[in-house]
Design a protein around this ligand. Structure first.
Ligand SMILES: CC(C)(COP(=O)(O)OP(=O)(O)OC[C@H]1O[C@@H](n2cnc3c(N)ncnc32)[C@H](O)[C@@H]1OP(=O)(O)O)[C@@H](O)C(=O)NCCC(=O)NCCS
Length: 370
């Protein structure tokens, strides 16, 4: 029997999904039929509800969903102890993975894989990811962990728990948009990993932890941290040209550029670019934005000149710039991405469980020399 083969599963359609639509040629991205531009004006709680339940909430539904998330933000003393035992040289992503794994042991719905229990477990993870990441960062820097502030939205509360002071309205709105833009992206590697694990009928915590492990890689969500480090390494606009040309000549990857699906400008990168400019202007310091914009110009020019085709920034490029202006340390970047992505993973796992077929592709066997 003949099998289709595509390295990296490029252009292979593996399953049906009603969550996210992407047109990679035209640069279109929609969650549940809403274009990315409309989504950016919603709240993260609204978008999470819509991803999970398949439709927008009415006012009462949104209020009880948001109130429930607020009530669930606190983590147990034993979870704090796990965070305190982490090695502080690690990325926040590793601490998040370990702590979520520990927290699953104590989850009251541990052995219940019903849709209702999976939504309850999902809500706890959505609510607690920010608490774990902020607490890890504060402990690492020798500061007391903070109690969540129930008066604040999901994004404002995260920045408050991270820094110890309430963020400005602009900062909270920008991080909220970041969480929304990060929330889902069809069968990206971490979501595919989470769905593959769910397809074995393993539990939703295991599926999410698999997603976290995949998101960490530099070819996926880890690119955001690499972008922030590259901007620091470059340091000034006049050094951008040599940096980019050096990467192209050595055939090294330019992090935050290129995409498997988008053959044009990533629609999320367009929104992030506007946010990065807005927050840079607000801070009265354009340096990081100017370095990034120059990187984009030189990369485009070099790729058109040397490879005959352009290259565009992806979701991780200007989001890295935004994080720098929000004073989010680079070692936290992938974990902050995960705070947004968790609601998409939950929605995909629920969809997978609801109409399951084991995900099990084939390998093309290549006989090696004996
Ligand atoms: C995301 C990524 C893995 C997609 O890879 P892909 O699907 O293999 O990309 P393509 O098939 O479009 O690549 C075509 C060519 O462009 C090159 N290319 C793609 N992205 C590149 C990048 N960021 N820097 C340098 N070259 C890149 C490839 O090496 C390849 O070159 P070749 O034709 O000379 O062999 C890749 O773009 C990448 O590694 N980007 C950097 C990491 C990153 O930002 N990841 C986050 C993704 S959202």
């Amino acid at each position: 029997m003949e099998h289709n083969f595509a390295k990296g599963l490029e252009n292979i359609v593996a399953l049906e999904s009603s969550i996210t639509f992407i047109d990679g040629e035209k640069g279109i991205l929609e969650y549940r039929g809403f274009d990315i531009a409309e989504l950016a004006d919603m709240s993260y709680e609204q978008v999470s509800y819509m991803l999970i339940y398949g439709r927008l909430p009415d006012r009462n539904e949104l209020k009880s969903f948001s109130d429930e998330l607020k009530e669930l933000r606190t983590i147990s003393d034993s979870a704090f102890n796990v965070i305190r035992f982490c090695n502080y040289n690690i990325e926040a992503m590793d601490a998040l993975r370990t702590t979520i794994s520990f927290m699953s042991h104590c989850d009251p719905d541990l052995n219940d894989n019903s849709p209702e229990a999976n939504i309850r477990k999902g809500m706890r993870m959505i609510a607690r990811f920010p608490t774990v990441v902020a607490s890890f960062s504060r402990t690492k820097h020798g500061m007391e962990e903070l109690e969540p502030d129930p008066e604040l939205s999901h994004s404002a509360n995260f920045l408050y728990m991270l820094r110890g002071t309430r963020p400005s309205e602009l900062e909270a709105r920008i991080l909220e948009t970041d969480f929304i833009l990060s929330a889902d992206h069809e069968l990206n590697p971490s979501t595919f990993t989470a769905r593959t694990i769910a397809s074995t009928l393993s539990d939703i915590h295991s599926s999410v932890i698999g997603g976290l492990c995949a998101l960490k890689g530099p070819l996926h969500g880890g690119a955001r941290m690499a972008v922030m480090e590259a901007i620091d390494e470059i340091g000034s606009v006049d050094k951008v040209e040599n940096f980019v040309i050096g990467k192209v000549e050595k055939h090294e990857k330019l992090m935050g550029f290129g995409h498997r699906v988008y053959k044009t400008y990533d629609p999320r990168a367009k929104v992030y670019k506007k946010l990065a400019k807005e927050i840079a202007e607000d801070r009265g310091d354009m340096l990081w934005f100017d370095i990034a914009e120059r990187m984009e110009e030189i990369a485009y020019r070099e790729f058109v000149g040397k490879k005959g085709k352009p290259i565009y920034p992806n979701v991780d490029f200007y989001s890295g710039v935004v994080y720098k202006y929000l004073d989010i340390p680079s070692k936290l970047a992938t974990a902050v991405f995960a705070i947004g992505r968790i609601s998409g993973w939950i929605a995909h796992c629920l969809e997978q469980y609801s109409d399951n077929r084991l995900i099990r592709p084939r390998a093309k066997f290549v006989r090696s020399e004996k």
